[in-house]
Write a protein that binds this ligand. Structure first.
Ligand SMILES: [Zn+2]
Ligand SMILES: [Zn+2]
Length: 234
C-alpha cells in the first residue's frame, strides 16, 4: 500500500490530526466551533471551508493517502456504508448528489497539488460536469464500480460520480489549478475566477451548511478529537 508518512503543506492533514492551528479556525473564529459533520472509524465528513454552493462537503480518510484510488480496495465496505447512509440524507436536504475528486500522486509538485485525499460532495448535476470536462478534451474512462478506481492509484486524475455513472478523466496537458472548482463555478453561475477558494470565502453558505447538517451525526460527538468511530456502523 503506497502511503506517505505525512502530507506536506496540507491543511486537511493537520486539521484531521487534531491541530488547533488551522485555516478553519483562522477564518471562522469559532463560529461554528467545528466543521465535522460525521465520523466513522476511518473517515470524516466535513463542510468545505470555501463552499461553492450550499451543501458543499468533503469526505476524507483519517490516515494520509494521496487519492481515493489508493484506499478504495481496503475500505470498500466502510465507504459503501457511508455512501448508503449519506446519499438519502444529502438528497433530502440539498438535492443532487455528485462526488468529485482531483486525485493527486506522490510525484506531483508539492506547491500546487500534493494533498490529503478528499472527495467533494456537491448538490449539482453530475452529467453537466461530465459534459464540461469532455468538452475540454480529457481522456475519459467509464468505470462500472468504485473498486476500479484502484487502477488509477499513483497517477493524477479527476473523478466524477453520480447516479448515472462513474467516470475518471485524465488530462492530456496541464490544466489550470483548481480545475474542478472552475467547472463547478461555471455550472452554478460563479464568475471566473471567483470560484477560487482563496478569492471569495462564502461564510454564510458554510455556516448554513453546517447548521443544516447538524443532526446527521446525532449519535456522534462533533468534536474531532473525541469523535466516536462507531457512529455510522450498523
Ligand atoms: Zn494528509
Ligand atoms: Zn479539493
Amino acid at each position: 500500500m503506497p502511503r506517505a508518512a505525512e502530507c506536506s503543506g496540507s491543511d486537511l492533514c493537520d486539521e484531521i490530526a487534531g491541530s488547533r492551528d488551522t485555516t478553519f479556525l483562522r477564518i471562522y473564529e469559532g463560529e461554528p466551533p467545528s466543521r465535522l459533520i460525521c465520523a466513522t472509524e476511518h473517515f470524516r465528513l466535513l463542510a468545505d471551508l470555501s463552499p461553492l454552493t450550499l451543501g458543499h462537503l468533503l469526505l476524507l480518510p483519517v490516515a494520509h493517502y494521496f487519492s481515493f484510488a489508493q484506499l478504495v480496495t481496503d475500505f470498500s465496505a466502510e465507504l459503501d456504508t457511508i455512501l448508503g447512509k449519506l446519499e438519502p440524507m444529502y438528497r433530502q436536504t440539498f438535492g443532487d448528489f455528485t462526488l468529485l475528486e482531483h486525485g493527486s500522486s506522490p510525484g506531483m509538485e508539492a506547491s500546487a497539488c500534493i494533498s490529503h485525499a478528499h472527495w467533494h460532495i456537491l448538490p449539482i448535476a453530475g452529467r453537466r460536469i461530465d459534459a464540461l470536462i469532455v468538452a475540454d478534451g480529457l481522456d475519459t474512462t467509464a468505470l462500472t464500480g468504485m473498486d476500479q478506481l484502484a487502477e488509477f492509484s499513483g497517477v493524477p486524475y479527476f473523478m466524477c460520480w453520480h447516479e448515472a455513472g462513474l467516470r475518471v478523466y485524465r488530462p492530456r496537458r496541464p490544466l489550470r489549478s483548481q480545475y474542478l472548482r472552475s467547472k463547478v463555478g461555471a455550472l452554478v453561475g460563479i464568475a471566473d475566477p471567483l470560484w477560487d477558494y482563496a478569492l471569495v470565502v462564502r461564510k454564510e453558505l458554510f455556516r448554513e451548511t453546517v447548521a443544516l447538517t447538524s443532526a446527521w451525526g446525532a449519535d456522534a460527538d462533533r468534536k474531532p478529537t473525541r469523535a466516536r468511530p462507531e457512529a455510522w456502523r450498523d
